[in-house]
Design a protein around this ligand. Structure first.
Ligand code: HEC
Ligand code: HEC
Ligand code: HEC
Ligand code: HEC
Ligand code: HEC
Ligand code: HEC
Length: 500
């Protein structure tokens, strides 16, 4: 008989294939890890293979080793061979000693590797790349908008999960379902919002921003161009009363008054998107409360859950904003990416964007054809003279489409209202200036100076000419007979081509 270095029970097919699997997968893991370290940058796909798929194979291989040995022992016990009839463990035997050494060393190496692997699997599933690119088509709109947002350097998990083990586990449970939904192709398009069970904003946003920190005003210059032949500029300069609660003085004012610790605002929405609000209650620090109801549909929304107002009730799109054609074209003209001297370019660009296209390729061609055909037909001489300006305008409008429209996921600015402001979505006017009132008939104010003062508006150039610290009354660029004071802006404006 030949000399064996290991117990006889090791020499069977199951154990041998288990050992082979384990060795091969371990070698692959080591190789991939080396690539990972040398490349200095982890790819999500490689991470999944290195830290999830291969270790699973490794574990299966390792489990097969003792299974094969036990089976072999049973066969021996049944007398299929007579030499080993009971489990035999004697460290003085070289074969047993070898097996034990291999097993102990192997387990130690495996434990360290598993700890490292688990840590990396954790890191990998927390990475922006994992969240944003693994299910490429599904997350593409959110990921693209995110990259252009002020939070582009804040990881997805900072807002979607936050700190603490309980939310980590919750997120992985719902994540497991999402992986299934994507694999099985049963996910909804567009992805519905508000996100169910989103962690309360005060636990996530306030890791970095807190109400005591905001104080005073913030100047904002919003570019506008009229849809006329000259694309007349009509910039508006606002001083937004950001406000907040000052920890030292205790003073609470302005827009962030809603989230000061001394105020508690609750509401019930009539719809899933929280765009129609049916009931509001304000409770102050002294316990006094004020309830605003809808006098007509008194019970409207009564079935809906009461929600405490937090950051997300205004900043619902802090990092996934899909901007409207009107806003993006205004910005592109102001930035010089679209030449304002092209007649009617504002109107035509908005119209080209606010058109239904079957997919992105069709849209890019459609935009190009629409703009070129228009200038060829209406301004042939000028189009020839300014062919570079037309080329640049086409490219700029296509760029706007690529970063704000995602036909595959049915995502445009219309699907995701942004609650900050009131000129394209109802926003603040869901409560302010709505018909909600107290028993005494008090309403939530819509005074045009409650939230901002208009410092300057209009002017021949893109820089406002007059500056009025006391504030100006809003002059609507088109005479609409004072309707801008009586009705919501969204009665007419939706950010698309609806007014042309
Ligand atoms: C600054 C905080 C923040 C960051 C960072 C962030 N999100 Fe969001 N995300 C939100 C908020 C807020 C919502 C909407 C919540 C609501 O209305 O209920 C949202 C909604 C979503 C939705 C639901 C669909 C939609 O558009 O409303 C998806 C999907 C999503 N985020 C994915 C991501 C991914 C992927 C990343 C990283 C690439 C990311 N988020 C980073 C705050 C954030
Ligand atoms: C990990 C830190 C972090 C978290 C968490 C975070 N933010 Fe921010 N936020 C930032 C940074 C950094 C900026 C950029 C500051 C700047 O541009 O001056 C910013 C900017 C902003 C701005 C100003 C945007 C602008 O146009 O200037 C708003 C509004 C905002 N965050 C809201 C939120 C909300 C709402 C949440 C929770 C859903 C949140 N943030 C969570 C770090 C964070
Ligand atoms: C009632 C609606 C509302 C609520 C609630 C709200 N904000 Fe704001 N916030 C605003 C508006 C409006 C602005 C100014 C808008 C702009 O700059 O475009 C603003 C501005 C900000 C800015 C930029 C401040 C600056 O000085 O530049 C940050 C950061 C911010 N909010 C974070 C938060 C956080 C965090 C919360 C929750 C604790 C919160 N907001 C709650 C409406 C709100
Ligand atoms: C869910 C309803 C609701 C929404 C949405 C809402 N508010 Fe308010 N807001 C209130 C209530 C209630 C009051 C207090 C009214 C009162 O005291 O009679 C208030 C008061 C205010 C005040 C005065 C604070 C003070 O100093 O007394 C400002 C400024 C304000 N809101 C700005 C905004 C802005 C800006 C938005 C949109 C970004 C907004 N609100 C959205 C409910 C809302
Ligand atoms: C409850 C608070 C609130 C009230 C009341 C309010 N506004 Fe505003 N308004 C805002 C906020 C917030 C923004 C800025 C939105 C942003 O940051 O994009 C804004 C922006 C604007 C803008 C600039 C819009 C743009 O697209 O350039 C105009 C003009 C304006 N408001 C006019 C008015 C007029 C007129 C009234 C009175 C009928 C009024 N606002 C009442 C909160 C308010
Ligand atoms: C009765 C309908 C109506 C109402 C209400 C209305 N607008 Fe307009 N608005 C128009 C028309 C029509 C134009 C000119 C065509 C265009 O620009 O789309 C216009 C143009 C504008 C423009 C210049 C073009 C651009 O870049 O958007 C601004 C800014 C504007 N409106 C702001 C407002 C604001 C802010 C409110 C609410 C306080 C408001 N409008 C309410 C009908 C209306």
């Amino acid at each position: 008989m030949e000399k064996r270095h290991l117990p006889k029970s090791v020499y069977n097919w199951v154990t041998a294939s288990g050992a082979a699997l384990a060795v091969v997968s371990f070698a692959l893991i080591a190789l991939l890890l080396a690539i990972d370290v040398l490349a200095g940058r982890t790819s999500v796909y490689l991470g999944l293979l290195t830290f999830v798929a291969l270790p699973s194979v490794l574990v299966v291989g390792l489990v097969l080793i003792p299974v094969g040995m036990v089976l072999a022992h049973r066969r021996q016990a049944r007398g299929e061979t007579t030499r080993f009839s009971r489990i035999h463990f004697d460290l003085s035997e070289p074969a047993t000693r070898n097996a034990t050494t291999i097993f102990v060393t192997g387990t130690a190496v495996l434990l360290v590797a598993t700890a490292y692997g688990t840590y990396n699997a954790y890191r990998s599933t927390e990475s922006v790349e994992f969240c944003g690119t693994l299910c490429h088509d599904v997350m593409q709109p959110e990921y693209t908008a995110y990259q252009g947002s002020p939070h582009a350097r804040v990881a997805c998990v900072e807002c979607h999960i936050g700190s603490g083990a309980d939310w980590y586990v919750k997120s992985k449970l719902s994540g497991a379902y999402q992986v299934y939904a994507v694999t099985a192709g049963v996910y909804p398009t567009p992805i519905p919002t508000p996100v169910r069970n989103l962690r309360p904003a005060r636990e996530t946003c306030e890791e970095c921003h807190w109400p005591e920190k905001f104080f005073g005003g913030r100047q904002k210059l919003v570019p506008h161009f009229l849809p006329d032949e000259a694309n007349t500029p009509y910039p508006i300069s606002l001083l937004l009363k950001v406000g907040g609660a000052n920890a030292q003085t205790g003073q609470v004012e302005g827009i962030h008054w809603h989230v000061a610790r001394s105020n508690h605002i609750e509401y019930r929405a009539k719809d899933e998107a929280r765009e129609e609000i049916g009931w509001v209650r304000l409770t102050r620090a002294d316990g006094s409360a004020k309830e605003f109801r809808d006098p007509e549909g008194a019970d409207a929304g009564a079935a809906a859950a009461v929600r405490t107002m937090d950051c997300i009730d205004c900043h619902n799109r802090p990092s996934h904003r899909y901007r409207s054609p009107n806003q993006t074209v205004n910005q592109a003209i102001a930035a010089g990416r679209i030449d304002r001297s092209l007649p009617y370019i504002k109107r035509r660009a908005v119209m080209a964007l606010d058109t239904e296209y079957s997919d992105t390729t069709a849209a890019l061609t459609g935009i190009e054809t629409a703009l070129r055909d228009y200038y060829k037909a209406e301004y042939a001489d000028l189009a020839a003279q300014k062919s570079e300006a037309v080329d640049a305008a086409v490219a700029a409008v296509q760029g706007i489409y690529r970063t704000n429209f995602f036909p595959k996921m049915k995502v445009t600015w219309r699907q995701y209202p942004d609650h900050v402001g009131h000129s394209e979505y109802v926003g603040c006017f869901r409560c302010h200036g709505s018909n909600l009132q107290t028993a005494e008939g008090d309403r939530i104010s819509s005074d045009c100076t409650l939230c901002h003062t208009i410092l300057a508006q209009g002017g021949a150039d893109a820089v406002p000419t007059q500056l009025a610290p006391g504030g100006l009354e809003f002059a609507h660029p088109e005479d609409i007979g004072g309707a801008e004071k009586e009705t919501r802006c969204t009665e007419c404006h939706h950010g698309g081509a609806e007014l042309f």
